[in-house]
Ligand binder design. Structure first.
Ligand SMILES: Cc1cc2nc3c(=O)[nH]c(=O)nc-3n(C[C@H](O)[C@H](O)[C@H](O)COP(=O)(O)OP(=O)(O)OC[C@H]3O[C@@H](n4cnc5c(N)ncnc54)[C@H](O)[C@@H]3O)c2cc1C
Length: 389
């Protein structure tokens, strides 16, 4: 069966290969940013978004470097919409550094009772029959990237209409995204579920029609008023799949650290090395080792597409890898003088802290000492005085 112009057995091809792991690709993305177009059209699926996220998540560039570029090139102020969105990223990272694994549990009372602990088969295989949702799942699998609005719609449908525990949905999406980032992803799912702010995010077919006209999904479960949606969201009943669905597709598997990157750590020839890691893959030279924590990736597997992105970066830059369990790091590096850059990544940072001289990660906005439970309190705090670090 042909669905929305592409074969049911294949991922949507549109964005495949759109994210080469190169400095040239990053530069092209930066050069293409159109701040005014962004401010006008960011919420539209075909709007002028930057698609910088895989490069930011993997540390090809830092948030302050993006801001400096935008200020020099376009004279942007810190109140500009683009920089405001980057502040959300830093807010989520602030939360992670302050409450650690707390981001993985509901910060407020979760919706419903005993929501699903597995993704329904039709959702997993992009065959719910709700056009915008099936398209999002196919795009996620086929490209590793989703527009922000598609992420919101997919998460809202999963939690509020299909009664999936937000945490299960978040883990699933995280593994398939090239920009999968635990605080941005899991706290965004909490925002949608209502466990971050107390208010669930709901959307209907009118909303989809406005921001993605070709995906409107009329005559489906989302084609109703917000009053009806609120009623559905407040109940424990799964609306189920639609009467008509496209052929299911096979979800790509999620994998732990692949053998090609799991390189032996037995010998470290230099007595002074610089450790970098998957969240800090900026262009750099020296006695570099890309540290890969097997236990982290065992717990948080990734798609083959994301591993290929990382592997390409390692290959293009000629980096060597150093794979180990977190607990092995102190012994492994006991005879080595090591420098490392932190990442606002508690698991990697903890492992790095067993190594001397960990430099703090560059931030655009300072990191408040105590946890700000809302973005607005964070924004208020970082903008007291001069705000930007
Ligand atoms: C359910 C859900 C899951 C998400 N999971 C992730 C994730 O795993 N990793 C991730 O980086 N972002 C995540 N986001 C946030 C946002 O959707 C993406 O950062 C954005 O869509 C990336 O595309 P872009 O680079 O084209 O964004 P642009 O709109 O061009 O924004 C530029 C940069 O600003 C930051 N940014 C923009 N919007 C947000 C936001 N709402 N929250 C945090 N940072 C933002 C990102 O670093 C982004 O690259 C998620 C959002 C939702 C609703």
């Amino acid at each position: 069966m042909d669905f929305m112009g592409y074969s049911a057995q294949e991922p949507e091809p549109a964005l495949i290969g759109e994210f080469p792991a190169t400095d040239a690709a990053l530069s092209a993305r930066l050069e293409a940013i159109d701040p005014e177009g962004y401010a006008r059209s960011r919420n539209h699926l075909d709007g002028a978004v930057s698609r910088l996220s895989p490069y930011l998540t993997h540390g090809f560039i830092s948030v302050p470097d993006v801001v400096t570029f935008l200020q020099e090139r376009h004279g942007l102020h810190t109140e500009h919409k683009f920089i405001f969105e980057l502040a959300w990223r830093e807010y989520f990272h602030h939360a992670w550094t302050r409450i650690g694994d707390g981001i993985l549990s509901s910060l407020r009372h979760p919706p419903g009772n005993g929501y699903r602990t597995e993704i329904p088969e039709d959702l997993l295989t992009a065959s719910t029959g709700v056009k915008v949702i099936d398209s999002a799942v196919r795009t996620l699998y086929g490209t590793g990237y989703l527009h922000n609005h598609a992420r919101m719609w997919l998460a809202s449908y999963a939690v509020h209409l299909r009664k999936v525990d937000w945490r299960i949905g978040a883990d699933w999406m995280y593994g398939h995204l090239l920009d999968g980032d635990l605080p941005c992803n899991h706290l965004s799912w909490q925002w949608v579920a209502g466990t971050l702010t107390g208010k669930p995010y709901l959307f209907n077919a009118d909303n989809v029609e406005r921001f993605a006209p070709s995906m409107a999904s009329r005559r489906s479960a989302i084609d109703c008023s917000y009053d009806v949606l609120q009623h559905i969201a407040a109940s424990d009943t799964d609306v189920g799949r639609e009467a008509q669905q496209p052929e299911p597709i096979v979800p790509p598997p999620l994998l732990p650290l692949p053998a090609a990157l799991d390189q032996s750590s037995a010998t470290i020839p230099e007595n002074r090395i610089e450790l970098i890691h998957p969240w800090n893959l900026r262009s750099q030279t020296g006695h570099l080792r890309v540290l890969l924590l097997r236990d982290f990736h065992q717990r948080w597997p990734w798609s083959a597409r994301r591993w290929a992105f990382l592997q390409d970066r390692v290959k293009f830059k000629g980096y060597q890898c150093l794979a180990a369990d977190s607990s092995e790091i102190p012994l492994l590096l006991s005879d080595v003088e090591a420098d490392a850059l932190a990442a606002d990544h508690p698991v990697y940072d903890k492992a790095l802290l067993t190594v001397s001289r960990v430099r703090p990660v560059p931030r655009q906005f300072r990191n408040p000492e105590s946890f700000c439970s809302s973005f607005s309190s964070f924004w208020h705090q970082v903008n007291k005085g001069h705000g930007a670090a």
